[in-house]
Design a protein around this ligand. Structure first.
Ligand code: SF4
Length: 440
């Protein structure tokens, strides 16, 4: 088999880590963007909500349309896992189906040319992965699965119960990546604040912080996907004390109305949720990101307005807005009081506008401030405009900063390096900054 591999990773950063594990197993292949001439095409799918499912199926079918005759098309990941029977009968175009249990066996599947769905959910533990998208930043998976029972979410039905990695396994992976030059890490899972609770450890993230801080070469870190009712004040104080972990708080709250939070089975009501958020907000140089769902069954206009008010006034830096997706196997699927698609679309638009406003306010507040940033690459705008991100920001989701590269050869700005900078202005939704070249 000649070996050109075209691989597509859809969905979340957890899925990306699994894609990188597959790439690690297929290092005998040459990676290619040219899907029409690839010998093997792998799509790591997302099966979370309707929009993601549609994107996954369309991606698989369009790659099939364009692929060369004797190539092999693999459908992997959450959508494949969730609908394994239906997809195998309805999409004969796919040669190999696999779910979320065999990422580290992808090489065997290609040799056997047979579909496989293992019972267990794969959790990275020492596998060599090909980190994509950056020379200094890597996502680190904390666990797989989830013990929460949010009314709208099907993830536990195909990712199973919470299964945490050991601290040793995580520390060993980070140490290995530091040796390769990585120094910025985002710790991810479905429910990060429950890390190690499946092993009866209450504040696993605080232990993680202590452990990661011991690793020389880790300069920057953040935790994504905190869950309100498992996020303790002790944890927030440990993050605030940390010299490595930023005051970066990503906590999807999904709603703020008490009755709706109860219907969503979120475990925490309005008051406690706001108490946590206020503590985060009042920490120095803090960055607070959240997500909201509009149109959950029985969401009244009043509940929606309460959420809009809160989103508009709390002072979030970034807000993701999702429309409720009616997912079988979830509690909400069997609820009455479904909201029409039109009303959902209106509410998503209204809250989306508020989210955009919040981002603009947060960006404007940066003007004139000094910060640490990392230069990623040349911008898409102009070769002399470099694309950077604030060191505290997570990659790809929090924004971009343009740096005007006035440097001479002696002081050339380097990609992947941390610089002190001053934010100068906001152009549209992109900040600009000047970097003191002499500081190198
Ligand atoms: S925390 Fe809730 S929304 Fe997130 S994966 Fe678990 S059940 Fe789904």
């Amino acid at each position: 088999m000649s070996n050109k591999l075209h691989i597509v990773s859809l969905g979340c950063t957890k899925n990306l880590v699994d894609t990188e594990v597959m790439m690690g197993k297929l290092q005998n292949f040459e990676l290619t963007d040219d899907n029409e001439n690839a010998d093997v095409i792998i799509v790591n799918t997302c099966g979370f909500i309707d929009a993601a499912k549609e994107e996954s199926i369309n991606t698989v079918l369009s790659l099939h349309e364009a692929r060369k005759e004797d190539s092999v098309l693999v459908m992997a990941g959450c959508l494949s896992e969730r609908y394994q029977e239906e997809l195998q009968s309805q999409i004969p175009e796919v040669d190999i189906f696999t779910g979320v249990g065999d990422y580290d066996k992808i090489d065997e599947l290609l040799i056997e040319k047979k579909s496989r769905f293992s019972d267990s959910v794969y959790l990275i533990d020492g596998a060599e992965r090909i980190v994509t998208g950056s020379t200094y930043h890597a996502y680190i998976k904390l666990s797989e699965g989830c013990n929460q029972t949010c009314s709208f979410c099907a993830i536990p039905s195909f990712k199973g119960k919470l299964n945490s990695r050991s601290l040793d396994s995580i520390a060993k992976e980070v140490e290995g990546l530091v040796k390769k030059g990585y120094y910025d890490f985002s710790f991810v899972s479905q429910d990060s604040s429950s890390y190690l609770r499946d092993q009866n450890v209450k504040d696993g993230l605080s232990l993680l912080i202590e452990r990661i801080e011991l690793i020389e070469g880790v300069k920057s870190a953040r935790i994504l996907y905190l869950y309100p009712s498992t996020t303790s004040m002790a944890l927030l104080k440990n993050i605030a004390k940390s010299t490595v972990f930023h005051n970066y708080f990503d906590m999807p709250i999904q709603h703020i109305n008490d009755d709706m939070l109860r219907m969503m089975k979120r475990g925490f009501g309005k008051e406690k949720t706001i108490e946590l958020l206020n503590f985060m907000r009042n920490l120095p140089n803090s960055f607070v990101r959240t997500s909201f769902i509009v149109g959950h069954p029985n969401e009244t206009e009043e509940m929606f307005e309460e959420m809009c008010d809160f989103a508009n006034t709390f002072g979030f830096d970034r807000i993701n807005v999702f429309s409720y997706s009616d997912e079988e196997t979830t509690a909400a699927y069997d609820m009455n009081g479904k909201i029409s698609d039109d009303v959902k679309a209106q509410r998503a638009q209204t809250l989306g506008d508020i989210a955009a406003e919040c981002t603009l306010r947060s960006l404007k507040a940066e003007i004139g401030k000094e910060c640490e940033l990392v230069i990623d690459r040349e911008s898409d705008e102009h070769e002399l405009l470099l694309s950077a991100k604030k060191l505290i920001w997570a990659p790809d989701i929090d924004g971009e900063i343009y740096v005007n590269d006035q440097s001479d050869d002696e002081h050339a700005l380097e990609f992947g390096k941390i610089y002190k900078a001053k934010i100068t202005e906001l152009i549209g939704t992109i900040l600009t900054a000047t970097v003191d070249n002499a500081q190198k």
